[in-house]
Design a protein around this ligand. Structure first.
Ligand SMILES: [Zn+2]
Ligand SMILES: [Zn+2]
Length: 99
């Protein structure tokens, strides 16, 4: 049988938190569950913001990379003569204008 180390309530073997006082049980410690305090919630909120920032930074870099690829190697259309799908060129092979 398992008892809460704080309040002494009998616990089910797979209880992660004491149903009476809310502290983490030995089973909870073993399972690595978090203690749901304000502090932890705040930490999660901060981590969420950081992750959001990191994500938007990655998204921005990805966007820039895509733009670079589009400007460089990917097939483009000539704005001047309308030649379509020009690959890997700085100048239009049909009219010679800068792409
Ligand atoms: Zn308890
Ligand atoms: Zn052209």
């Amino acid at each position: 049988m398992v008892f809460c180390t704080k309040c002494g309530k009998q616990l089910a073997a797979d209880d992660y938190y004491c149903p009476r006082c809310g502290i983490r049980t030995e089973a909870g410690k073993a399972a690595g569950v978090r203690v749901p305090t304000e502090e932890i919630r705040d930490a999660f909120a901060a981590a969420g913001k950081e992750m959001e920032k990191a994500f938007s930074q990655i998204a921005k870099e990805f966007d820039q990379a895509v733009t670079k690829v589009r400007e460089g190697k990917v097939r483009i259309d000539c704005a001047k003569c309308g030649e379509k799908g020009i690959a890997d060129a700085d100048y239009c092979p049909k009219c010679g204008s800068k792409l």
